[in-house]
Write a protein that binds this ligand. Structure first.
Ligand SMILES: [Zn+2]
Length: 327
């Protein structure tokens, strides 16, 4: 029996969970499976776990290996997309891992490795809030702040590795220490981690009653949902901290606007999706006032639409783009 290769695998290696999904050639999801990642494991068992879950999801969808046209894998860290190499992935202790080659040998199809924020931005460009944009900038604040850019249908991926590191634009000389070792990066003042830190201090001072009542002062517990709850309840200090973060984000976005002149900026991630109005308004006002005058009024800002599936769907569609459209 001759098979037609018309299905695409989208894989999101996530932070703590991995998601394997199969899409048909219209990029409708056929089957999906999410599983907790065993953190800190070496490359061999990690890759074996990936292959295992892909096998399960194919079985669930009753799809044969011969029907898979290609796979896209979204990785939460820097990658070299041309060589299919994961440069570094701290949560799994992976370094310089030829993931594309390893998976390709098992799956017997072309495998494209890309950064998860790039995958999410590409997904939003193809299917979500950035549809039809000529230049789409994706900004995803979370533990850090990730950035991606699709320009005329192609991801900007740098010459040797993932780029668009909007989180590490220096917005405050000699500002707070950043995870990258620098000081005053956008991420150090406006990521969810930075917000949670400031909110924990406010709760400790007795200025954030909802936070104190619900989760106390433990930064780890101050997540998007409770931040949104406190903002809605009117905890003044929390609202101020969030608005401040949105203003900083707008300053970083303005720097990117000056460089790539996007028509759409897609804001995503749990915190933005929990408080879309606050972030849309704050980032828009700040970006408008900090971008060069000639760019003011030339862009729109939208909230991401694809939610948890964005990276897997974007990765699958990117594999399709590279194998079918760009060839
Ligand atoms: Zn940094």
């Amino acid at each position: 029996m001759a098979y037609k290769r018309s299905y695409w695998i989208g894989f999101d290696l996530g932070g703590t969970k991995m998601l394997a999904a199969i899409f048909n050639d219209r990029f409708e999801i056929v089957a999906r499976k999410r599983r907790r990642i065993k953190l800190g494991q070496a490359a061999t068992p990690g890759v074996a776990q990936m292959i295992d879950i892909i096998g399960e999801v194919m079985e669930r969808a009753q799809i044969e290996p011969e029907e898979i046209a290609g796979a896209g894998v979204a990785v939460p860290g820097p990658v070299d997309p041309r060589r299919g190499i994961v440069i570094e992935m701290p949560n799994l202790d992976w370094r310089e891992l030829a993931l594309g080659e390893l998976l390709g040998a098992e799956l017997k199809c072309p495998v494209h490795i890309l950064n998860d924020v790039d995958a999410g931005t590409y997904g939003e460009y193809r299917f979500g809030a950035g549809r039809g944009g000529r230049c789409v900038l994706g900004v995803f604040p979370g533990t850090g702040i990730g950035g991606g850019c699709v320009y005329e249908g192609n991801l900007l991926q740098g010459s040797s590795r993932t780029c668009m590191e909007i989180g590490h634009i220096r917005v405050m000389p000699n500002g707070p220490l950043c995870g990258c070792g620098g000081r005053g990066c956008l991420e150090a003042v406006a990521s969810r981690l930075a917000i949670s830190q400031a909110v924990a201090a406010a709760a400790y001072r007795g200025e954030a009653p909802t936070i104190l009542r619900e989760v106390g002062t433990n930064i780890r517990e101050i997540r998007s949902k409770v931040l949104a709850q406190a903002a809605t309840a009117g905890d003044k200090a929390v609202v101020e901290i969030l608005e401040d973060a949105a203003r900083w984000l707008g300053i970083g976005v303005a720097a990117a606007i000056n460089l790539v002149d996007p028509d759409v900026i897609v804001l995503g991630g749990g915190l933005v999706e929990a408080l879309p109005e606050l972030f849309l308004r704050g980032v828009r006002e700040s970006a408008e006032s900090h971008a060069m005058r000639s760019f003011q009024g030339t862009f729109r800002i939208a909230v991401a639409e694809l939610g948890d599936d964005a990276s897997a769907k974007g990765a699958a569609a990117w594999a399709h783009h590279r194998e079918v459209v760009a060839k």
